[in-house]
Design a protein. Structure first.
Length: 345
C-alpha cells in the first residue's frame, strides 16, 4: 500500500495524488551536524508521529534542484508514509564541485541520524541520484558504518570514473555486447570539463584551456606550449577514441589519478555490505547506463537488485511518456520501489 501511494507522487503524468490529500503534513526543519571539523546543514523531512521510523540520506549530487516538484513530493511523501529524509545542503555541491570530503559528510549524516530519537537505527540507508548515487555507494562502503547501513538505492550511478571518462571522450559505450554511440548532456560536458581542468596545478594553464575550448584565437596559439598534462586534458575534452583516451588519462597528474581511483565505486565494491538497489534509464545522457550494469555484475546476486528503465530523462520521470510503454515501465518501478520500501518502510 505504501508503494502504491508513493508512486503517483513521483510520476508527474499521474493526475491524482492521494497521499498528499489524505495524510498529515510532515515536519520540515533545518538541522546541523559536523563532519571533519566542518559544520554542515541539512533539510530534514520527518513524520509527525511519535514512533521510531526508517530514514534515508538523500543525496542529489552536483547542482541539485531542491525545489523541483518531483523531489519535494518524494521527500514529503516518504515522510507522510513514516520515512524520514535527510537532505545535505552544501555550497560546493550547488556550485557543481564534488570531492572526497563529500563522502565523509555522508558518513557523518548517517551517524547523525543514528543519534536521533525518532529514527530506527536498523533501517537507515541512502537514496542517491546521478553522481550522488556513486557517492552514496562510497559512503555505504566506509568501514565506519558499513556494517550498519541497511541499504543503498543508486539511481544513475557511475561505477568507474576512468571508464566514464573514456566513454565521455570517445562518445561511445562499449561493454559486454554493447557498442553504441553516446552523446553526453551539456551539463555532463560542463562538469567533466571543469573537473578535468581543475586537476591542473597551474591557474594560467587552466585559463588557457578554458579560452581555447571557447575558440579564443589567442589562447589556441598557446596550446602547443602547454605542459603534457594540460595537453592531455585538452585532448580528452576535444574527443578521441578509447585507446587514445586511455593514453591521455595516464598523462594526468598523479594526484588526480588517485582521486579518480578513490572516487570510483569499483575501488570499494568488495567493502559494500548493504543491500544495493540499482536504477538506470537506458537513454541516460548524463552517465552511461552500462556503468550500473558493471556495478551489478560485481555485487553478489543475493544482495543487489538492478532495474533498467525507459521512463526517465536521466533521473527525472518523463512528463509525457508513450502510453504503450508507460504501463510495463510503471510496473517495473513499482516492483523496485516495493523492495526498497521493505527495507526502510
Amino acid at each position: 500500500m505504501k508503494t502504491a501511494l508513493i508512486l503517483p507522487e513521483v510520476l508527474p503524468f499521474v493526475p491524482i495524488k492521494p497521499l498528499s490529500t489524505f495524510t498529515p503534513e510532515p515536519i520540515v526543519e533545518r538541522v546541523r551536524y559536523t563532519s571533519g571539523g566542518r559544520e554542515l546543514e541539512a533539510d530534514l523531512y520527518r513524520p509527525s508521529g511519535p514512533d521510531r521510523h526508517g530514514a534515508v540520506i538523500m543525496f542529489l549530487g552536483a547542482n541539485p534542484n531542491l525545489v523541483h516538484p518531483v523531489f519535494l513530493r518524494l521527500v514529503q511523501g516518504l515522510a507522510r508514509e513514516g520515512v524520514a529524509s535527510l537532505v545535505p545542503l552544501q555550497a560546493d555541491l550547488i556550485e557543481g564541485k564534488i570531492g572526497l570530503a563529500d563522502v565523509d559528510s555522508l558518513v557523518s549524516a548517517f551517524q547523525y541520524l543514528e543519534g536521533r530519537e525518532f529514527v530506527d537505527k536498523r533501517r537507515i540507508g541512502y537514496l542517491g541520484f546521478c553522481v550522488g548515487a556513486a557517492f552514496s555507494i562510497l559512503a555505504s562502503a566506509d568501514e565506519r558504518i558499513a556494517d550498519r547501513v541497511a541499504f543503498v538505492n543508486a539511481f544513475g550511478s557511475y561505477y568507474d570514473l576512468f571508464d566514464f571518462i573514456y566513454a565521455y571522450s570517445s562518445r561511445r559505450l562499449v561493454y559486454e555486447g554493447v557498442d553504441q554511440p553516446w552523446s553526453p548532456s551539456e551539463l555532463t560536458q560542463k562538469l567533466v570539463g571543469d573537473h578535468l581542468i581543475a586537476t591542473l596545478p597551474s591557474p594560467l594553464e587552466q585559463e588557457v584551456l578554458r579560452k581555447s575550448l571557447a575558440k579564443d584565437p589567442q589562447a589556441m596559439t598557446e596550446l602547443s606550449s602547454l605542459s603534457p598534462e594540460a595537453q592531455a586534458v585538452y585532448g580528452l575534452l576535444m574527443g578521441v577514441d578509447e585507446a587514445r583516451a586511455r593514453e591521455l588519462v595516464g598523462a594526468l597528474p598523479p594526484e588526480a589519478l588517485e582521486e579518480f581511483r578513490l572516487l570510483s565505486p569499483s575501488t570499494h565494491v568488495a567493502k559494500i555490505k548493504a543491500r544495493t538497489f540499482l536504477m538506470h534509464d537506458v537513454a541516460d545522457t548524463f552517465i552511461p547506463y552500462v556503468e550500473s550494469r558493471k556495478l551489478a555484475s560485481r555485487l553478489p546476486a543475493a544482495n543487489r537488485y538492478h532495474t533498467e528503465f525507459s521512463l526517465f530523462e536521466h533521473v527525472s520521470p518523463t512528463e509525457s511518456p508513450d502510453l504503450l510503454t508507460v504501463i510495463p515501465e510503471a510496473l517495473k518501478l513499482f516492483r523496485h520501489l516495493y523492495l526498497v520500501m521493505l527495507e526502510v518502510g
